[in-house]
Design a protein around this ligand. Structure first.
Ligand code: OGA
Ligand code: MN
Length: 297
């Protein structure tokens, strides 16, 4: 089968045709997708009818998969109806019904409406997410993406100089609180199971050699900088990166698989009538690498 890639936005994002993700990717397909991701950072593959198992299997060829059932993220979010490697990003409960307005997982998911990058609260760099739209609402519920390479390139030189060598502390509880979770609802066990981690603010991306900044809702502090300075600075960078010229808004169609690079983009869920319409979204997440002691498959 021949495959092709066509840009969908002036600066990043592309639609790829000719790849069936229910099939084992050949080495050529893996290289093609790696190259396209290095260039575009967000790829859309339409009309994918894969099962959870096929989704997980396809993902395996691009890096070690995260298991969302691993760490304690609290409430009902730990229990899930999907397989070991599938993260449930939709609005359905364990029985496949729309979550009630007071469902405890709603508050965990509401943080997704903030600009963020997946799993930057994990110690390993999170490479890509692959989100499959199984059921999508008739209107709303887009996912917005921002290109943090192009945004970095466009920053004033003095801001770039200020950013050099800075390390950012990322913490899942920081973004959950911003999303509406009450601090008193977080147990000590939960906090200890997912402690804060550090990542560089700016890094060079493999293959493209482009610089990108990693910020977003999990970013809580800058090492060695008082919060009174760090928090407005992180906000200023996020506001800069999410200006309309750096943003692609994806309108979902059933069967879309959207792959994004978490190391150089931000994304956010947008609103829809989520008490009326089911939105069944399933995600695999892969790391850039794994420590050899944990790479069991
Ligand atoms: C995610 C996420 C956004 C959406 O799956 O990581 O943030 O629109 N999803 O569902
Ligand atoms: Mn996300």
């Amino acid at each position: 089968m021949s495959y092709d890639v066509k840009p969908i936005h002036p600066i990043f994002g592309a639609e790829v045709t000719g790849i069936d993700c229910s099939q084992t990717p050949t080495p050529e397909v893996v290289e093609f997708v790696e190259d396209a991701m290095a260039e575009y950072a967000v790829l859309v593959l339409r009309d994918q009818t894969m099962t959870d198992e096929e989704h997980a299997e396809w993902s395996r060829y691009f890096g070690p998969r995260e298991s969302p059932a691993g760490p304690i993220t609290g409430h009902a979010s730990k229990q899930q109806r999907l397989g070991r490697y599938l993260f449930d990003a939709g609005n359905l409960d364990l029985n496949g019904k729309i979550m009630a307005a007071d469902h405890p997982r709603r508050v965990m998911r509401s943080g997704d409406r903030l600009w963020h990058t997946d799993s930057s609260f994990n110690p390993l760099p999170t490479k890509w997410s692959m989100l499959h739209g199984r059921t999508v609402p008739p209107e709303g519920g887009n996912t917005d993406f921002a290109d943090c390479r192009a945004a970095y390139d466009a920053l004033p030189e003095e801001t770039k100089a200020r950013m050099e060598n800075l390390m950012v502390v990322h913490n899942i509880w920081h973004s959950r609180i911003k999303g509406g979770l009450k601090e008193t609802e977080i147990t000590e066990e939960q906090r200890q199971s997912m402690p804060p981690v550090c990542h560089p603010l700016v890094r060079i991306m493999p293959r493209s050699n482009r610089k990108a900044m990693m910020i977003g809702a999990h970013a809580e502090h800058i090492v060695g900088m008082p919060d009174s300075e760090a928090q407005p600075f992180l906000q200023e960078l996020a506001d800069f990166a999410t200006q309309p010229q750096f943003v692609y808004s994806h309108k979902w169609h059933e069967g879309d698989l959207v792959i994004w690079d978490n190391r150089c983009t931000l994304h956010r869920a947008t609103s829809f009538d989520d008490l009326t319409y089911p939105r069944d979204m399933r995600r695999t997440t892969i790391d850039e690498y794994a420590p050899s002691w944990s790479f069991v498959d």
